[in-house]
Design a protein around this ligand. Structure first.
Ligand code: TMP
Length: 215
């Protein structure tokens, strides 16, 4: 069976970290070899770009610079980690990918979606995720969870944004999901954690069963 490229998306505080562990467990118990990776990041160079993107500094970050850095990190991640793994028939699970760019740099920052689409084609050619799991929760609920989790930790450049920014992120993601219903599965992340995990498990097991039929 060929490998599949799965991405996990959602705003701050939707519980991605917990659910990524569930995904890894489901794939392992289905006997599938997989790697877990993340964006921005996933390789030493891309992790350095992540630092540039997340660390607050006095020098304002132009939205265009932010967008190009996201795709610069993605290019090295794709060529050095994602594609080689898929070529070996390994499943790849990425904590965020290009839908995050459409939601954060596009819907929330206001960069034209057509510009993002040009960069997507340039960097990825025809490569797109096979399955995208979107963890969705009302912004107030999610930000409260993120606040509790982050107590005592450094706040990154995105976490400094206001509520309206995260409302646009959420709307941007839901818009992507509505446009591509075959690729997306939207999981209600406002449920108690055990129920979110159970929904995710059921969704992923159904996807894996389908993949096993198609090869
Ligand atoms: P994280 O919270 O999943 O660690 O991601 C780091 C931040 O980077 C998060 O606030 C979302 C943001 N981000 C973008 O703005 N655009 C992107 O394309 C990606 C991959 C992440």
């Amino acid at each position: 069976m060929k490998g599949r490229f799965i991405t996990v998306e959602g705003g701050e505080g939707v519980g991605k970290t917990t659910q990524l562990a569930v995904i890894q467990q489901v794939l392992a118990s289905s006997g599938l070899e997989c790697i877990m990776t993340r964006e921005p990041g996933g390789t030493p160079r891309a992790e350095r770009i992540r630092e540039l993107l997340l660390t607050p500094t006095n020098e304002p970050m132009p939205a265009t610079c932010e967008l190009l850095l996201m795709f610069a990190a993605r290019s090295t991640h794709l060529e050095n980690i994602i594609k080689p793994a898929l070529d070996r028939s390994v499943w790849v699970v990425s904590d965020r990918f290009t839908d995050a760019t459409y939601a954060y740099q596009g819907a929330a920052r206001g960069m034209p979606l057509t510009d993002i689409s040009v960069l997507e084609d340039l960097v990825q050619r025809s490569l797109r995720p096979d399955l995208t799991l979107l963890l969705d929760a009302p912004v107030e609920v999610a930000l409260e969870r993120a606040r509790l989790r982050n107590q005592g930790q450094q706040t990154d450049r995105f976490e400094l944004e206001r509520i309206s920014f995260f409302e646009r992120v959420r709307a941007g993601y839901l818009d992507r999901a509505a446009r591509e219903p075959l690729r997306f599965r939207v999981i209600d992340a406002s449920q108690p954690i055990a129920e979110v995990s159970a929904s995710l498990r059921t969704t992923l097991e159904a996807y894996i069963a389908g993949a096993k039929v198609h090869g």
